[in-house]
Ligand binder design. Structure first.
Ligand code: ADP
Ligand code: MG
Length: 621
């Protein structure tokens, strides 16, 4: 929307972000400098790429210059990179294009606490408003003669106008520092910050004071990935990691090697320690920069698969043609070969970490486990390796992480399969009566509480020839495993004959009608009279609900399983035999509702449930 010729309004999202930025107090204001230097470096990368892929574009030495003025209290960051046209300024500095930043703003409104962490996320250009109420951007696109001036005080509007009395190459951002940010007009402070965050920037950064000409280069400007490992300090890796990932955590693992073989390339990848806030953003990709002999050719490739999207890093290969278009890049033989090798390397590194350092690996698993699980159904080829990485809690202990390998080692004699249950949380999984038969036999049950667990477990998983089965599907084969634990409560000796059981089940189906899809006998139940199982479809509740939402599939009715040895069921059978129609009706409904509640669901009909309970309580008098 335009107001007059030059005044424009920011989009609502930008305004929200600006409000957050200008109204909060940050412990690390200095991140604005990291963001602006990173943009200057991107601009230089883009121009370098153009100059190499288009022979008619000649360029000067690309560089970034920071000028501080301690009298006027200003700082400016300029680069001779690609520059922006008027339209690009409006598009890039008036809206928010980055999905990560969008997600961040959405999260902000839900949870005020994130304000304190704002510096942890790359907020991009707008972070200039953390330290200022007056920001100007002067820019000229490399192939144009027109210079434009963008200006804003960060309160809703900005202006863009054509300037004729200045000639520049690239972009110059000038910030009039707010009172509480005067330290950024000091040469030494700025130098320290650049060292801290931007030493690895690939272009020289010069620093000058009060427009002096005698500026000096303050960064190392080396391509860290091309250096031998022995020459790189932990701090340099750390800084490079922060630069790429825009996060402040430490890399949990650093993968740095030179691949030699059919193709040669340098690889430097980082596995983070902490989960980035946008990990589950639909558009989130790995933060991977692809270079050809230190020239950035793309930072948006599909080289790293989505289920490893937490990785950040650099790949540099002399074997990729520089002039290849970004679309064709994805099909390039070298890129395809790198893609496969990198994936294998990341997964083998994770498997090695799991073997060598259990504690570190568990940290990784806490943060990225749900994402790795996506790989199990997305990447058939790597499924077995990914299954080795899976960690879970089990019926053995709440606080212990177990692996499938450990599970198999501890299987009971005659135990055929690996058993799991999905639930909202650990406690409600344990409360599920379906577990009783397993617990009584000392058989371990894997407890899965991530929403994604309903997906990968439904894809017919085998690990070392053992089927992974939902506890609903293991009750029959379970009878071959001896019971080792005594039931909490002794049931009466009375038994229902098989033919009576069949009749009872049929009668319950008749009574419960539409509310159940089947009533089955489950002899592995111990202390509970009834339970709900997931039926033959193999889809658990979560999966069924998702399929219902996405594909309009109708939810299948629950399967009610009854314990033929339980007193309550024996009593029910007696009622049936002596034709106490009313009593058997009430009891059957209460049993179904009880089973649903134990399964974490609601009774079929709250009102009827209430009435039935009253009838039942009435019987005590
Ligand atoms: P990001 O860098 O993640 O794209 P920013 O908010 O930092 O997000 O920047 C938004 C956009 O503004 C950039 O993508 C770029 O197109 C443009 N931009 C910012 N700074 C410069 C610059 N110094 N030179 C050229 N373009 C720039
Ligand atoms: Mg940026």
């Amino acid at each position: 929307m335009s107001k007059g010729d030059n005044n424009m309004e920011f989009t609502a999202e930008v305004n929200r972000l600006l409000q957050i930025l200008t109204h909060s107090i940050y412990s690390n204001k200095e991140v604005f400098l990291r963001e602006l230097i990173s943009n200057a470096s991107d601009a230089c990368d883009k121009l370098r790429y153009i100059s190499i892929s288009q022979s008619d574009v000649a360029i000067d030495d690309l560089k970034i210059k920071i000028t501080v003025d301690s009298n006027k209290k200003t700082i400016s960051i300029s680069d001779n990179g690609i520059g922006m046209t008027r339209d690009e300024m409006i598009e890039n500095l008036g809206t928010i294009a980055r999905s990560g930043t969008k997600t961040f703003i959405e999260n902000m409104s839900k949870d005020d606490d994130t304000t304190s962490q704002i510096g942890q996320f790359g907020i991009g250009f707008y972070s200039a408003f953390i330290v200022s109420k007056d920001v100007t951007v002067l820019s000229k696109k490399f192939d144009s003669d027109e210079v434009h001036l963008w200006r804003s005080d960060g309160t809703g509007t900005y202006s863009v106008q054509k300037i004729t009395d200045k000639n520049i190459s690239g972009t110059e951002i000038t910030i009039k520092l707010a009172k509480d940010a005067h330290e950024f007009a000091d040469k030494q402070s700025v130098q320290d910050i650049v060292k801290k965050y931007s030493d690895n920037i690939n272009f020289p950064i010069y620093l000058a004071e009060n427009s002096a000409i005698d500026d000096e280069q303050i960064n190392t400007a080396g391509a860290i990935w091309a250096k031998p490992k022995a020459e790189i300090t932990a701090e340099q890796y750390q800084e490079h990691y922060s630069l790429l990932s825009r996060n402040f955590d430490q890399p949990l693992s650093t993968i740095h090697y030179k691949a030699e073989g059919r193709f040669e390339y340098d690889v430097l990848l980082y596995v983070p320690t902490a989960r980035p806030f946008d990990l589950f953003d639909q558009q989130r990709k790995a933060k991977l920069k692809l270079y050809v002999k230190k020239v950035l050719i793309s930072d948006d490739t599909d080289i790293i698969p989505p289920y490893l999207r937490f990785i950040s890093g650099v790949i540099d290969s002399a074997d990729i043609p520089l002039t290849v278009s970004r679309e064709i890049l994805q099909e390039n033989q070298v890129v395809l070969s790198i893609k496969k090798a990198i994936k294998n390397r990341i997964i083998s590194t994770l498997n090695k970490l799991a073997k060598d350092d259990n504690e570190k690996f568990n940290t990784f698993w806490e943060a990225f486990g749900p994402v790795i699980k996506e790989g199990i159904y997305e990447d058939y080829e790597k499924k077995d390796d990914l299954l080795k990485l899976i960690r879970f809690r089990s019926s053995r202990a709440k606080d212990e992480y177990r692996s499938l390998e450990q599970y198999i080692d501890d299987m009971k004699p005659n135990q055929k399969s690996i058993y799991f249950i999905t639930a909202e949380d650990y406690q409600s999984a344990l409360a599920n009566p379906l577990l009783e038969g397993y617990v009584a036999r000392g058989v371990e049950i894997i407890i899965l509480t991530d929403p994604i667990d309903s997906f990968w477990t439904a894809t017919g998983i085998k690990f070392k020839d053992k089927d992974l089965k939902h506890v609903s599907h293991g009750t029959e084969e379970l009878t071959n495993v001896p019971v080792t634990q005594k039931p909490k409560k002794k049931n009466s000796k009375a038994k229902i004959t098989d033919s009576d059981l069949k009749k009872l089940a049929a009668e319950m189906i008749r009574i419960l009608g539409d509310h159940v899809s089947d009533v089955k006998i489950n002899s592995s139940l111990i202390d509970s009279p009834v339970c709900i199982s997931i039926g033959e479809s193999g889809y658990d509740k979560t999966m069924q609900k998702i399929l219902q939402e996405r594909q309009g599939m109708s939810l299948s009715k629950p399967v009610l399983e009854i314990n033929p040895n339980h007193d309550v069921v024996i009593k029910l059978n007696d009622m049936f035999k002596s034709k106490e129609t009313k009593n058997i009706n009430t009891t059957a409904h209460i049993l179904l509702d009880y089973a649903l509640i134990m399964d974490g669901e609601k009774p079929t009909n709250i009102e009827d449930f209430g009435k039935n309970m009253q009838v039942l309580i009435g019987k005590f008098n």
